[in-house]
Design a protein around this ligand. Structure first.
Ligand code: FES
Ligand code: FES
Length: 207
C-alpha cells in the first residue's frame, strides 16, 4: 500500500508515536502510575497544554468550531461526542479498521489516532461534509448503485477514504483500487461491490 493511501502514515504520526503521546505506551509496559507525573510535568512546561480542558478551535466541513477539550481527547471523540458528527465510527479505536476515517487537509486519517490538538488549524472533512442523501458525491452514488454495503458500519470510512483515493487516482486500475482500499476493513465482505463502485466513480471524473 502506498503511503498516501495509508491513513496513519498520511498523518506523519505512527501508531507507536501516538500511543506514546497519550501515555498508553507506558501503560502497555505496566507503568500506568507513571502517567500522573508526566501529566503534571506537562502543565509546568511552557508551550504545553493541559491536562485540563483548553480552548480548541477546529475547522470542520468548512465551519469553525470552538470547543473546550482536554488535549488527550482524540479527533474522533471530539467529532462524535462534542460536534455530533457521528458518521465517523469508533470500531477498533486503535488505528486498524478505518471506520473512523476523515480527511485532514485532504488526506485520509484515522481520527481515532489523532489528538484533537494535532487537528487544530487544519481542514477537516467528515463524511457529512462529503455529500448528503440529497446531494451525494460520485463515490456515495456508486456505493448505492453497486450495493457496496451490508451492515454499513464501515461504509462511511470507506466512502471518505475512497473519495480521497479517486481524487488522487482518477484513472485507477482495478489493482490500484484494491490497494487503495487497504487501509479499511469490512467484516461483511462487501469488497466486490466496493471495487466496482470505486472504479465507476473514478471513471466519472470530478468527485
Ligand atoms: S476506529 Fe479508528 S481505525 Fe478503527
Ligand atoms: S458493511 Fe458491514 S462491516 Fe462493512
Amino acid at each position: 500500500m502506498s503511503d498516501e493511501n495509508n491513513p496513519v502514515r498520511a498523518t506523519g504520526v505512527s501508531r507507536r508515536g501516538f500511543l506514546k503521546g497519550i501515555g498508553l505506551g507506558t501503560a502497555a509496559t505496566g507503568l500506568i502510575s507513571a502517567a500522573a507525573p508526566v501529566a503534571e510535568a506537562a502543565t509546568r512546561e511552557p508551550g504545553l497544554r493541559g491536562p485540563g480542558e483548553v480552548p480548541v478551535s477546529l475547522k470542520v466541513n468548512g465551519q469553525n468550531r470552538n470547543l473546550n477539550l482536554e488535549p488527550r481527547v482524540t479527533l474522533l471523540d471530539a467529532l462524535r461526542n462534542r460536534l455530533d458528527l457521528t458518521g465517523c465510527k469508533k470500531v477498533c479505536d486503535r488505528g486498524t479498521c478505518g471506520a473512523c476515517t476523515v480527511l485532514v487537509d485532504g488526506q485520509p486519517v484515522y481520527s481515532c489516532s489523532m489528538l484533537v490538538n494535532e487537528a487544530e488549524g487544519r481542514d477537516i472533512t467528515t463524511v457529512e461534509g462529503i455529500g448528503t442523501p440529497e446531494k451525494m458525491n460520485a463515490v456515495q452514488r456508486a456505493f448505492v448503485e453497486h450495493d457496496a454495503q451490508q451492515c454499513g458500519f464501515c461504509t462511511p470510512g470507506f466512502v471518505v477514504a475512497c473519495t480521497a483515493f479517486v481524487r488522487k487516482h482518477p484513472n485507477a486500475s482495478i489493482e490500484q483500487v484494491r490497494a487503495g482500499l487497504g487501509g479499511n476493513l469490512c467484516r461483511c465482505g462487501t469488497y466486490a461491490g466496493m471495487l466496482l463502485a470505486v472504479s465507476d466513480a473514478a471513471k466519472g471524473g470530478a468527485v
